[in-house]
Write a protein that binds this ligand. Structure first.
Ligand SMILES: [Zn+2]
Length: 246
């Protein structure tokens, strides 16, 4: 039985690799939790979660699955070449199946949970650095006064939302930008949180006296459902006409 020596060193290395991968997974998750903990600003936290959380959990899952795959094969006794192939095949198949299940959960179910947290973060009252008191979120109508023309145009034309928070005591304002392209909505067809704006087209430019029209194209990443919505673009506001919004 000549194979016993390479088999032993395989067992040893497979354990090292398994521990290493498990360590990487733990570091990814701990790093993420730490980052969430030290990010005090709600908007920064929102952006960080929106951009990274699902990807990070996916990388950690891949590391865990690979770690388990190595560990499961780290205690081999004398074994024939055929059995090595069988084990490799079974391990890889199992790994892929579990990987697909985890990936689907992260892509289609987990976003509901993320969405709930994001909503909370977006609407949790900001604290004014001037007075230390909670600020007030202005409504769409009220906020226009605080947005410059470029921001207003952006808000109308692209899938971008500006939230304006105001400290009513001192007049201090904080403006936060939310992009629809980076954020998925619920699909009316499959109900997953997987529908995004993929394209926007200005059908009619707004003028000083007339509203414009914008076509938004949505595409669902899960079921492929496509839809479009025509939305009104607010009239261009000249400095004197503040009554445009009724
Ligand atoms: Zn869908």
């Amino acid at each position: 039985m000549q194979e016993s020596i390479p088999l032993q060193s395989w067992n040893m290395w497979a354990q090292y690799v398994a521990y290493g991968l498990a360590g990487i997974a733990v570091l990814i998750v701990l790093g993420h939790v730490l980052k969430l903990f030290i990010t005090r600003d709600f908007k920064s936290k929102y952006d960080y979660i929106n951009a990274n959380e699902i990807n990070l959990l996916w990388f950690a899952s891949i590391a865990v699955i690979s770690a388990v795959a190595f560990y499961a094969n780290a205690f081999m006794q004398e074994i024939s070449i055929l059995w090595i192939f069988v084990r490799a095949f079974v391990t890889i198949s199992m790994g892929l199946i579990i990987g697909v299940i985890v990936q689907n959960s992260l892509k289609f179910y987990y976003p509901f949970y993320v969405e709930k947290r994001l909503k909370k973060l977006r609407y949790r009252p900001r604290i004014s650095p001037k007075s230390g008191k909670p600020m007030k979120l202005l409504s769409e109508e009220e906020e226009d006064v605080y947005l410059d023309e470029g921001m207003q145009a952006e808000e109308d034309v692209f899938s971008i939302d500006y939230d304006v928070w105001i400290d009513e005591d001192t007049g201090y304002t904080k403006i936060e930008k939310y992009s629809g392209h980076l954020h998925a909505n619920q699909c009316p067809e499959c109900n997953y949180q997987t529908m995004r704006v993929i394209k926007e087209e200005l059908l009619k430019s707004p003028t000083n006296d007339e509203e414009g029209e914008l076509e938004k194209y949505f595409n669902c990443g899960y079921c492929g459902y496509k839809t479009r919505k025509t939305v009104k673009v607010a009239k261009l506001q000249s400095a004197t006409s503040e009554e445009a919004h009724v």
